[in-house]
Design a protein around this ligand. Structure first.
Ligand code: TNX
Length: 533
């Protein structure tokens, strides 16, 4: 009798609890995911994250704990929940499964449990980013918000369209501090970018310590566009950036731009300059009243430091062995502290290098990069040389060069200036930026397809997509954010999501939700009039 009574009470209690209003949440499709996943199956309910939530990670990878902690850290400030991370229990499960490593991931959410699986740690990290975007936007807050932390239930299968999804920071025209680079990495990771290209050297500055050529940074790092004090990364600092990026599954691609765009190096070491370079009235190389060209050729006068924004006036001496010693030392030292596969040799706009000299230089330097175990990347002009198998050419301007790349059997990284250049102004009123390639509104950066952009170049020829931020007019974090966002999010979707699924109208809606997140993060993005923010 007693037990009967008890069961009657229990039944009554469960009716009460199941009568509670179901958790209200909009379906996954309305959450504002960027980049758009490959497939979504909504099941119309909600998973409520509560203070007793915890994260379990399973699998072989040694970065799984880092990912679990990343998720916990991203959720803690706004919710106030300190989610424990362990290998033994949790209702949020990150599981690396066996099989050939792929960036694909699955995210499954029911009312009780969240599960992210992938054969790679990177895939799990991408699943975590998707999961975070399903929360109410207040999840970005740095203080506790009183919000029901509900995410919509369902499942997502996702996989990127292109294996290389990058952005470039030009730290040469204006030096960018380590803190600002890290902040940029944090933002890139949220959109599943996986390569950060650092343009480390240019006419206006040399930004990476080279121990065997110390004057590169002492002299070459001492200024920037506009004549500011410039700066550089020590090798230790560079390693710190590389490691910070790696924790968010972003690989650093270092660039040393050569043989043009080298004035900072030429100002540091006279011997790298071609031929005679004699300032007015200099008599140091006069022998019996005549200029001694032998002395000059061996040791010409260094160039002056440069802080303007013209391009194409400088060149390394391509005919001197000393130049190749220099280049080899630089490639060796940087390769030793770069775990990623790529080394970018620049090669753009070498307008004062004779064409045969340019070709000779690029072909020799490619071999040096390969000698130190790296894959060459260069701006599209390098395709006028004989490329080594595997060398990547980065298309920015000349379609002809993209075709030459393909003809040689090499792959292309797509950075069309008219679509991906983050330093281009949005319109004629944009307070900073250039417009030599185009004005690029948000719609322009979204509505294009890498696989059909250049006639004859298709998906199979393309390694991926990269959006470069050149910094002639960009001087601080606010400038970086203003030129980068929202366009970088558009490029993320171009690089990640299948063309057939993408829609500008749907992106306009989703980017407005992203805008709320940027507002909470105090990211000063450009409020494009094309979006109802
Ligand atoms: C062209 S793109 C350059 C850069 C400039 C940029 C400015 C490329 C390979 N070279 O040196 O910074 O335009 O938009």
């Amino acid at each position: 009798m007693k037990s009967l009574l008890w069961s009657a009470i229990l039944v009554a209690a469960s009716i009460v609890s199941s009568c509670q209003a179901p958790i209200q949440v909009a379906p996954i499709e309305e959450a504002g995911l960027i980049p758009l996943p490959k497939s979504i199956n909504s099941t119309g309910k909600g998973f409520l994250l509560t203070a007793d939530a915890s994260i379990q990670y399973k699998g072989a990878g040694n970065k799984l704990e880092t990912i679990a902690n990343y998720l916990s850290d991203r959720i803690a400030p706004a919710t106030g929940f300190e989610m424990p991370v362990s290998q033994t229990f949790g209702n949020i499960i990150l599981e690396q499964t066996n099989g050939e490593a792929s960036e694909a991931y699955q995210l499954t959410i029911d009312e009780n449990e969240v599960k992210i699986t992938s054969t790679s740690e990177a895939g799990i990290f991408y699943g975590v980013q998707t999961f975070l975007q399903l929360f109410p936007t207040e999840i970005e807050s740095s203080y506790v918000e009183s919000v029901d932390w509900v995410v919509p239930t369902g499942s997502i299968q996702d996989q990127p369209e292109f294996e290389y999804r990058g952005s470039m920071l030009d730290v040469a025209r204006h030096f960018i501090s380590i803190e600002d680079v890290k902040h940029y990495i944090d933002q890139m990771a949220k959109f599943k970018f996986n390569y950060l290209h650092l343009h480390l050297t240019d006419d206006q500055g040399w930004r990476i310590e080279i121990k065997s050529w110390p004057k590169l940074t002492e002299i070459g790092g001492s200024t920037e566009v506009g004549g500011g004090k410039g700066g550089f990364y020590t090798q230790e600092e560079y390693k710190e950036i590389v490691a910070y990026a790696a924790d968010q599954f972003i690989t650093v691609v270092p660039e040393v731009d050569m043989p043009g765009h080298t004035n900072a190096a030429l100002a540091s070491y006279g011997e790298l300059n071609p031929g005679v370079n004699l300032p007015d009235g200099d008599v140091s190389t006069m022998v019996e009243g005549k200029i001694d060209f032998d002395i000059l050729d061996k040791n010409p006068v260094p160039a002056e430091l440069y802080s303007g924004i013209e391009v194409g006036f400088s060149t390394l001496a391509t005919n001197k062995e000393r130049t190749y010693q220099f280049v080899e030392d630089v490639i060796r030292e940087i390769s030793e502290i770069t775990p990623g596969p790529y080394f970018h040799i620049g090669g753009d706009e070498s307008h004062v290098t004779e064409k045969p000299d340019y070709i000779y230089f690029v072909e020799r330097v490619q071999e040096l990069v390969q000698k130190y175990g790296k894959i060459n990347v260069g701006w599209d002009e390098i395709a006028t040389s004989k490329l080594l198998p595997g060398t990547i050419s980065q298309f920015w301007a000349e379609e002809e060069n993209a075709k030459l790349t393909k003809e040689q059997g090499n792959k292309i990284l797509m950075s069309p200036a008219k679509r991906t250049y983050l330093d281009m102004q949005y319109d004629s009123t944009t307070r900073i930026g250039l417009h030599w390639a185009a004005y690029i509104e948000l719609e322009d950066s979204y509505k294009w397809d890498p696989s059909t952009y250049v006639e004859g170049i298709n998906k199979f020829d393309i390694l991926g997509v990269e959006a470069p931020l050149w910094t002639e007019t960009v001087t601080n974090r606010a400038d970086i954010e203003y030129m980068t966002f929202p366009r970088l999010a558009a490029i993320a979707e171009v690089a990640w999501s299948t063309k057939d699924l993408r829609s500008w109208e749907d992106f306009q809606r989703r980017i407005a939700i992203q805008g709320k997140r940027w507002d909470i993060n105090k990211i000063g993005f450009y409020r494009s009039p094309q979006v109802n923010w």
